[in-house]
Design a protein around this ligand. Structure first.
Ligand SMILES: [Zn+2]
Length: 434
C-alpha cells in the first residue's frame, strides 16, 4: 500500500521545495555563523559571510566539513547550543582515538522522529503494526532514531536490541511482530538460523523489514524477501548528519528519497570536490537545513552514489540517490559498525612487544561479516604456553572491542605468513555487487 506520512512536504512541488530550501539555508548559515566559531573563523578567513550566499548554488563558495573536523572539535566544539539546551548525545565508538560526538536539542529530536516516521511509512509500516528493533540501543543512532519515528506513527515498538537470536525469534512469534528493523546481515542471519531453531518465518506475522546501517545488495534483498515473506526496504543515514532518516526507499525500491526539505544534497567528484553532472556517481555531501544543536555545512560523507530528480511513481518529489555500496576512504562497515583500519593500527601500536606486522581480513561466514586481524609474532612468542597465547589473543580482542565497538578475531601467525603486499592492508573477501 502506498502511503505518504507527510504529503505536504514529501509531495510538494519542486519549485516550492527549492524556495523552502533556500529560506532554510539562509537561516542555517546565519545560525551557524553566529554560534559556531569553528565555521565563522573559516568563513571569515575566506572573507565570506552568510549574506554572500545568494542562491543554493552559492553554497559551493563555502568550505567542506570533513570527519576529522568532528574529531578535532571533540567533544562539543561544533555545537551551536550550550549543553543545557542539548537533551541527547550520541557518539561513534572509540576509546583511544576521539569518537564523533553529536548532540540534539528538543527541536532536533522532534525533527528526527518526523524524518524517521517518513522512513517507516514509506517502507510500509502503519499504526497497527508491532515493530521489533534489533539495532543496538546504545551510543549509536540507529535504534533510537527508528524507535522515535515508529512511535510517532503509532506503531507498537518492541526494543529487543541486538543479539540473542533465540529470544528475538520467540518475541517475533509471541508478540506478533509485523515490522522488523535491523541490519540486513543480522536479518539474513535470522532467516538462516530460524528453521534450525524450529521457527518458520513465513508462518509468522512478519510483513515489513526496514534495514540499514550497512551496504547491502538487491540480491540480499531478494533472498530476505523470499525466505521471510517480508517486503524489505533500505534506510540510510549517518550520525554526523542526523542518524537514520536522511533518506529512504518507497515501495518502488528504485533509489532512496532524500528528505530534501531538511537536507541539501550535493554530489561531488571525490578528487576535485567539484560537482558532477546530474545522475553521475560521486561523493554525497549534505548540508542540514533545520538542525539547531549541530548544524552541518557541506559535510563530506565518504559515501559514493548518484542522485536523480526524476519523478517517482510513489508521488514523492524528493530526489533519489542510488544504493550506497562504495566509499571514498578505507572505512569498513562490519555488522553495521563503522571500522577504520587506522583505529586497528592505533590499538596495535599501543601494545607492548608486538611488531605491527599484520593484515586485516574481512570475510562472510553465513550471513555475518567476520573481522579477523592476523598479527605476525616471533617464533619465541609462539613457544609460550597455549594458555598464555590465548590470554594474549583475547586481551587484544578486548582492546579492539573497546576501540572499534565490535569484537574481531585475533590470530597470531608466524613471521612472513602475511604476504608483503598485504602488510597493514585490508583484504576484503566479501561479495560485492556487480
Ligand atoms: Zn518513490
Amino acid at each position: 500500500m502506498n502511503q505518504i506520512w507527510n504529503p505536504e512536504y514529501e509531495a510538494m512541488s519542486r519549485d516550492e521545495l527549492r524556495e523552502l530550501q533556500f529560506k532554510r539555508l539562509q537561516m542555517t548559515l546565519r545560525w551557524t555563523y553566529d554560534n559556531v566559531p569553528f565555521h565563522r573563523d573559516r568563513w571569515s578567513a575566506m572573507k565570506l559571510k552568510p549574506s554572500d550566499i545568494r542562491s543554493l548554488d552559492d553554497l559551493r563558495k563555502l568550505p567542506f566539513t570533513v570527519k576529522s573536523d568532528f574529531k578535532a572539535a571533540y567533544p562539543y566544539g561544533l555545537f551551536a547550543l550550550p549543553l543545557e539546551k542539548i537533551i541527547r548525545i550520541h557518539s561513534t565508538s572509540g576509546a583511544i582515538s576521539n569518537p564523533t560526538v553529536v548532540g540534539y536539542s528538543r527541536g532536533d529530536l522532534n525533527t528526527w522522529s518526523e524524518l524517521c516516521a517518513r522512513v517507516a511509512v514509506a517502507g510500509g509500516a502503519h499504526s497497527h503494526d508491532v515493530a521489533q528493533i534489533s539495532f543496538e540501543y546504545g551510543l549509536t543512532t540507529g535504534a533510537f532514531g527508528m524507535h522515535a519515528g515508529l512511535e510517532r506513527v503509532g506503531v507498537t515498538v518492541v526494543p529487543t536490541s541486538t543479539g540473542n537470536t533465540q529470544r528475538q525469534l520467540k518475541v517475533m512469534r509471541d508478540f506478533k511482530t509485523t515490522v522488523l528493523v535491523g541490519t540486513p546481515s543480522y536479518v539474513m542471519h535470522l532467516t538462516e538460523v530460524a528453521p534450525r531453531l524450529g521457527y518458520d518465518l513465513k508462518a509468522l506475522d512478519l510483513r515489513v523489514a526496514l534495514l540499514g546501517s550497512e551496504p547491502w545488495t538487491n540480491q540480499t534483498r531478494d533472498e530476505i524477501e523470499k525466505r521471510s515473506g517480508m517486503s524489505a526496504s533500505d534506510i540510510y543515514g549517518l550520525s554526523e548528519v542526523i542518524g537514520p532518516g536522511v533518506s529512504y526507499e518507497c515501495w518502488n525500491k528504485d533509489g532512496l528519497h532524500i528528505n530534501e526539505d531538511h537536507f541539501l544534497v550535493e554530489v561531488v567528484d571525490p578528487e576535485t570536490g567539484e560537482p558532477v553532472p546530474d545522475g553521475k556517481e560521486g561523493e554525497l555531501v549534505f548540508t542540514s537545513l533545520t538542525k539547531e544543536a549541530l548544524p552541518v555545512i557541506r559535510y563530506r560523507t565518504g559515501d559514493l552514489a548518484s542522485v536523480s530528480c526524476r519523478p517517482c511513481a510513489c508521488g514523492r518529489v524528493f530526489a533519489r540517490h542510488s544504493k550506497v555500496y562504495k566509499r571514498t576512504d578505507d572505512m569498513l562497515i562490519i555488522r553495521g559498525v563503522n571500522v577504520y583500519p587506522s583505529s586497528i593500527e592505533a590499538v596495535l601500536a599501543d601494545l607492548e612487544g608486538v611488531d605491527p606486522r599484520y593484515r586485516i581480513v574481512v570475510s562472510r561466514e553465513g550471513a555475518m561479516d567476520q573481522l579477523e586481524i592476523q598479527i605476525e609474532v616471533e617464533p619465541s612468542f609462539m613457544a609460550d604456553t597455549v594458555r598464555k597465547l590465548q590470554a594474549f589473543q583475547s586481551g587484544v580482542e578486548e582492546r579492539m572491542r573497546q576501540e572499534l565497538g565490535i569484537r574481531p578475531r585475533v590470530r597470531l601467525v608466524e613471521p612472513r605468513t602475511v604476504p608483503v603486499d598485504e602488510l597493514r592492508k585490508v583484504v576484503d573477501a566479501r561479495d560485492k555487487p556487480a
